[in-house]
Ligand binder design. Structure first.
Ligand code: DGJ
Length: 742
């Protein structure tokens, strides 16, 4: 059992071997008081001793005495406007314009396993014993409305997943202005906030800042989770490192506008919340209707940031990702985007596919430019009909030819968009998101279709289905290349325009669901101009995501390192591309480009027909290496060791579950003459096991590799030094070490 209730005091304790989460019902006001979230504690019959109260003069009273002010009580799902002055987790406005609510504890129920969320992605269980769920029902008598707080604790994961439902049981509609997925009040402020920020081609950069008094936040207002911030934040202690120390991770399973906010009040209490961004959000809840928030996954780790990341990785890999491809080895792909951009024809792409096939590559992906008159990015989105000048045999013919080579075929779509001048635009000019009497801003020359409307989603499904059903398609890259502006839906009432962003993303999820249901064996890779929608919501539908349009190996060190804070390697799309690199002009070696791309789903994105014989042989070796190791790469434990944000070196390791095998990636950005001695200390190995470093005769016990490390300038005749001397000194050098138990 993982949830215990002290009935008379109404104290709730969710716990497993590693974590505890405790809260209670306040005796008089029936509000919920948060008591503890952290390392597991033995269950007790009473938690009265955890209640903290100070006499605080000049406080407003909620229950008739000076210690009852909600301003001074740590809460579970706070409101604003009674006696708490901090930012609230929810806000409702009724017909009279009042936003005061008083949701009091009503009842609870414990459910075995984990219920699904209506129309939204969420983590799940396969067997009931994997988790237990506590639902707390709160009731507001004036509104006649309920809030149901849903907490799932996994039996053997350091995870509590929260979501909230609002139910209107009254006779009148009301407006939800704010509906966070989670809110936690932590007792002190001695934390650093870690989050991922970026821009196009610079996603996933790790930012760490000491908490300041007041509010600090990350958010998106762009209609997608965005390049700028990822829907994730962590609070770590100042001395927490990758390997040790306390950290709380919060990750939102959602792909639209979000807010992650941390407020430190004047008593150093830290309120952290995550959910749909209340900015531009207003949801009209009619009588008998329910509003469901997305899920927030909360992880506690006392094993540093790696401990937190590994919990996210394992959960997202096995209980968020779903379907046919979840546990399967992903095909090594070649994508023609950086090879040809829009300039291709059947012959050219078939030559690429044929060459790739000879080198062992398994899937050919045809990117943008196969439809309408799409010769550049100014036209044709929405006209999902083959351009027969480029592809005389259509997608159907091409896909069959690729299959007959013994390869799988994949195709690019950008389902949510439309270009002016297309058949789709001419027939349905009112289907774009735009505000009456205002300009409709362009982004990459395209408009966003109003996916909050069912008929739009229906139509796009039909168009895509027509292409897919007559072809042999094993993979779809689902792209999305602009953010939403002038958000407004032609079919929603004026008082429902605050619903557009959320309804839009529900439409996206709906189209995904329909395609997956009809074509369960298609592997989806999500993409949004690279990583603008690299979020857990997308992973529920597409088990892998194109991480960034930046394919440079050195840039990718930071991008992939940051992305690994939350997301498993099985989700991280990573390709070897040409040099000079198309984004930054860098000339990283072929080895280094592959040595970075191995730590992800792996593939190529270059004109393989132009490679020299020597390079082609390297491709063969790399492909063979990845095929041999991909199981370990997908399912092993990933640890970050040296951070590209802190030094010239980056290093990480994947260790197999039974610790008999490991792969180390080591990268040095700039070469330095007469270098200091460098070592890379490994982690996660079995200290007592004897490991051999592949390609050498050297053996080392795990303890030595972890405490001393691999000595990179070692005086060995047959190992690193020899290998190293070939590449040394040169910029962007790298090395993969494969360790196997002897
Ligand atoms: C943006 C994607 O991230 C690229 O990989 C490529 O698919 C282009 N769009 C195509 O327009």
């Amino acid at each position: 059992m993982t949830i215990k209730v002290n009935e008379s005091a109404k104290e709730f304790h969710l716990f497993n071997e590693n974590i505890s989460y405790i809260f209670r019902v306040l005796e008089k006001s029936k509000q919920l008081e948060h008591l503890y979230f952290g390392k597991s504690m033995k269950h007790r019959d009473s938690y009265k001793h955890l209640i903290e109260r100070e006499i605080r003069p000049s406080s407003n009273m909620f229950e008739g005495d000076h210690t009852s002010s909600l301003e001074h009580i740590r809460q579970e799902y706070p409101s604003y406007g009674t006696t708490d002055f901090r930012y609230p987790a929810h806000m409702i406005t009724n017909n009279e314009g009042s936003h005061i609510t008083n949701f009091k504890y009503d009842s609870y129920q414990i459910i075995k396993g984990k219920p699904t969320l209506n129309a939204l992605p969420a983590t799940y269980v396969e067997q009931e014993h994997e988790a237990e769920t506590l639902e707390i029902t709160l009731h507001d008598a004036v509104l006649n409305a309920k809030i149901i707080l849903c907490y799932t604790i996994y039996t053997d994961r350091n995870v509590i997943a929260r979501n909230t439902r609002f139910v209107n049981e009254g006779e009148e509609a009301f407006f939800i202005n704010n509906a966070m997925s989670t809110s936690v009040d932590l007792p002190d402020d001695q934390y650093e906030m870690v989050h991922l920020y970026g821009a196009w081609a610079r996603e996933g950069h790790v930012e760490t800042q000491k908490l300041a008094k007041g509010i600090q936040s990350i958010s998106s207002t762009r209609g997608a989770s965005s390049h700028v911030h990822n829907p994730f934040l962590a609070l770590k202690r100042a001395d927490t490192t990758n390997h040790s120390g306390e950290v709380y991770g919060f990750s939102l399973v959602y792909s639209g506008n979000f807010l992650g906010q941390v407020e430190v009040d004047t008593y150093n209490v830290t309120r952290v919340m995550l959910g749909i961004n209340p900015f531009q959000f207003k949801w009209k809840l009619h009588p008998s209707e329910t509003f469901q928030t997305p899920e927030c996954v909360m992880v506690y780790s006392d094993q540093g940031l790696n401990g937190m990341s590994q919990t996210f990785h394992e959960l997202y890999r096995s209980r968020l990702a779903r379907g046919y491809w979840r546990d399967k080895e992903r095909p090594i792909l070649i994508n023609n985007w950086e090879a040809t951009y829009f300039d291709f024809n059947e012959e050219k792409v078939l030559t690429i596919a044929e060459t790739a096939k000879d080198l062992g590559i398994e899937l050919f992906v045809l990117d943008d430019g196969w439809f309408g008159e799409r010769h550049d990015d100014s036209t044709s989105l929405g006209d999902w009909f083959e351009n027969t000048d480029k592809l005389p045999n259509g997608i159907s013919g091409l896909s069959k030819k690729v299959e007959s080579l013994g390869m799988k075929f994949g195709l690019w779509f950008e389902p949510e968009m439309v270009s002016k001048g297309t058949k789709l635009f001419k027939e349905h000019p009112d289907w774009i998101i735009s505000t009456p009497n205002r300009q409709a801003s362009h982004g990459r020359n395209q408009f966003v279709l109003d996916f909050s409307r069912t008929e739009v989603v229906d139509h796009i499904f039909k168009l895509m289905d027509e292409v897919i059903c007559k072809s042999k398609i094993s993979y779809i890259k689902w792209d999305m290349n602009r953010y939403i502006t002038e958000a407004y839906s032609a079919t929603l009432n004026s008082d429902q325009q605050g619903e557009v962003f959320h309804r839009y993303i529900l439409g996206v999820y709906n189209l995904f669901d329909r395609l997956i249901n009809k074509y369960p064996e298609i592997l989806f890779e999500s993409c949004a101009g690279g990583g603008a929608r690299f979020d857990p919501g997308m992973l529920y539908y597409a088990p892998q995501t194109w991480t960034s349009d930046n394919t440079d190996a050195v840039e990718r060190l930071k991008i992939q390192y940051g992305t690994s804070m939350v997301y498993p390697l099985s989700a991280i799309g990573s390709h070897v591309s040409a040099i000079p690199n198309h984004q930054v002009g860098r000339m990283a070696s072929f080895d280094t480009r592959a040595n970075v791309a191995f730590f992800g789903t792996f593939g190529y994105e270059l004109d393989i027909t132009k490679l020299s014989d020597e390079e082609k042989n390297k491709v063969k070796e790399q492909v063979a290496f990845f095929k041999e190791k991909r199981r370990l790469i997908r399912s092993g434990k990933f640890y970050r060791m040296l951070s590209p944000f802190e030094s010239n070196e980056t290093s990480w390791i994947i260790v197999s579950e039974n610790k008999t095998e490991a792969i180390v990636g080591y990268y040095k950005v700039l070469a330095r003459p007469n270098e200091q001695y460098n070592r890379v200390k490994l982690i996660g190995l079995d200290p007592t096991k004897l490991y051999k470093i592949q390609g050498t005769s050297a053996t080392h016990y795990g303890d030595e590799l972890m405490h001393v490390g691999i000595i990179l300038a070692g005086n060995y005749t047959d190992r690193a030094a020899e290998y190293w001397s070939k590449e040394h000194p040169s910029d962007y050098s790298s090395k993969i070490f494969v360790l196997k138990e002897v």
